[in-house]
Design a protein around this ligand. Structure first.
Ligand code: ADP
Length: 483
């Protein structure tokens, strides 16, 4: 089966969040299920600089503002198709925002160009390669199924994955023509979203199948509370909607071989984690006491991630005798409150503001527990890394966090199944109670050790999810052939 991925980010070339990790790790897992994936990615400046050799596939003439080259390249095990449109992508910084954090003003055109190119590939732009299925990721690729539908004729099957329903890509209706979309599509049974063009809405409406990144999130987004205005459409398509949890790239995230750790370790040598703990404490200016429970946070500092709750609960965390090392960047108010907390509690709270991939590995390697008090969380990756590194996740019982962590309640402990702590009361008090529960478990050394070891061997790899995607692809293709 030949599959085209369409994505706006891809680890290790360009990453702002979990989407990049998924786009980088799922294709190799799918390859083992006999799916040959090629990935279409914008030729951002950083991508062009990071790529090795490229080969010209074809030129798309007058493609949204200029002649555009489609290039072939490889990155590790990944087969890439790069959309090299300098007018759209050759700029510094982030794929979505400028240096001041403002959306690029031409984002609609930039990602319409990506989706339209994907549709052209689906219709045979590359002479000797035509995908059986196109898998579009998030709003940036959301117009792909719509463009495929505009051309009519035989087309590949389509799947869209929602990595986070909070990001939907809505743009003014006046852009319809410049985006080369027919006026007939601008209706509720089409790509209109409350008077605007909805890129994600288009994908959800026109794709053959919809996935999201955990079964619980798939349920949550069909409710008015969490459907962010798209729950009606999603309920209407519930027969085509499935939740498949993300996995971990086990080559990148492996405590036995991780070169960012002070000391690699395995299930058998888990006691070596203390050496990483010491290195981590030193890095964050914390007291180097091996017996203090050390919590970490690695996240975007936003409301979604519940970081305001943590800011309020922090004095309780410190009062319980625990320490906190936080790595993150985001909202200025939150950055300030964690910076202040670090100076209020020297040696007990450490805070590094910024994005630092190697440091995030050392943190997973050295910490005792990772805090994830998200208000909603489609899947979440940091709890999966935590499991693999024996750093027990303390999570809100939402979305993928509910699906991947087993709570250390009485039943979970008695059944020798618990791998972390879950809590439902999404308030500073609820979070504090979960922290206290974790500190009490940490004090019971054999119980804690057993949980760590169980976490480390729990299945957080990609293969079972890749099998689920393959089955869904087959269903989409067969459904398409029956049309
Ligand atoms: P989201 O995609 O909503 O940001 P996920 O948990 O799915 O959340 O994925 C976040 C990814 O980004 C993880 O790989 C995490 O380790 C990484 N990450 C987040 N913030 C930082 C940071 N400040 N430094 C390094 N890595 C980070």
């Amino acid at each position: 089966m030949d599959v085209l991925f369409v994505t706006s980010e891809l680890y290790p070339l360009i990453k702002t969040g979990g989407l990049a990790d998924v786009a980088g790790a799922l294709p190799p897992a799918l390859a083992l299920e006999d799916c040959r994936v090629r990935t279409l990615l914008p030729g951002y400046r950083r991508v062009m600089e990071a790529l090795g050799e490229t080969e010209l596939v074809t030129v798309l003439e007058d493609h949204f503002g200029g002649d555009t080259r489609l290039l072939k390249a490889r990155a590790g095990e990944l087969d890439l198709l790069i959309l090299d449109a300098p007018g759209l992508y050759d700029r510094p910084g982030n794929p979505y925002v400028d240096a001041d954090g403002k959306d690029w003003p031409d984002n609609a055109t930039r990602f319409a160009a990506l989706s339209a190119a994907a549709a052209q590939i689906g219709h045979g732009l590359i002479g000797d390669w035509r995908p059986d299925l196109i898998h579009a990721h998030d709003w940036q690729a959301g117009l792909t199924p719509a463009y495929l539908a505009t051309a009519g004729g035989k087309r590949p099957a389509t799947v869209i994955t929602v990595h986070n329903l909070a990001f939907q890509g809505q743009f003014p209706a006046e852009m319809l023509k410049s985006l080369r979309l027919p006026a007939s599509m601008f209706q509720v049974a089409g790509l209109e979203y409350y008077g605007q063009i909805g890129f994600l809405k288009a994908g959800l409406f026109y794709a053959d199948k919809i996935t999201t990144v955990s079964p619980t999130y798939a349920q949550e987004i069909q409710t008015a509370e969490q459907g962010m205005g798209l729950d009606g459409l999603l309920r209407g398509r519930s027969g085509d909607l499935v939740g498949i949890v993300n996995g971990v790239d086990e080559q990148v995230w492996d405590p036995a071989t991780d070169r960012h750790l002070k000391t690699p370790y395995t299930f058998e040598t888990i006691e070596k984690k203390t050496l990483n703990k010491k290195a981590l404490q030193e890095r964050f200016g914390l007291d180097t006491d091996p017996d203090r429970p050390l919590f970490i946070v690695i996240t975007r500092l936003t409301w979604q991630k519940g970081m305001d709750l943590l800011a309020v609960a922090l004095p309780n965390l410190v009062a319980s005798g625990a320490h906190l090392a936080l790595l993150g960047s985001g909202e200025a108010v939150l950055e300030k409150s964690f910076r202040d907390a670090a100076s209020d509690h020297p040696g007990q709270v450490g805070c590094i503001l910024g994005y630092d991939e190697p440091l995030s590995h050392l943190m997973q390697g050295g910490a005792d527990a990772i805090l994830i008090p998200s208000r909603f969380e489609p899947c979440g990756l940091t709890q999966l890394y935590g499991l693999r590194y024996g750093t027990l996740p303390v999570v809100a019982r939402v979305g993928g966090l509910a699906d991947t962590v087993i709570d250390a309640n009485e039943a979970g402990l008695r059944a020798d199944a618990a791998t972390g702590v879950q809590f439902t009361d999404l308030t500073p008090l609820g979070l504090s109670a979960a922290i206290d529960r974790t500190v009490a478990l940490f004090a019971q050394k054999p119980v804690w050790r057993a949980m760590q070891k169980r976490a480390m061997v729990s299945d957080v790899g990609w293969q079972s999810s890749a099998k689920a995607y393959k089955a869904l692809y087959r269903e989409a293709i067969e459904g398409r052939q029956a049309v």
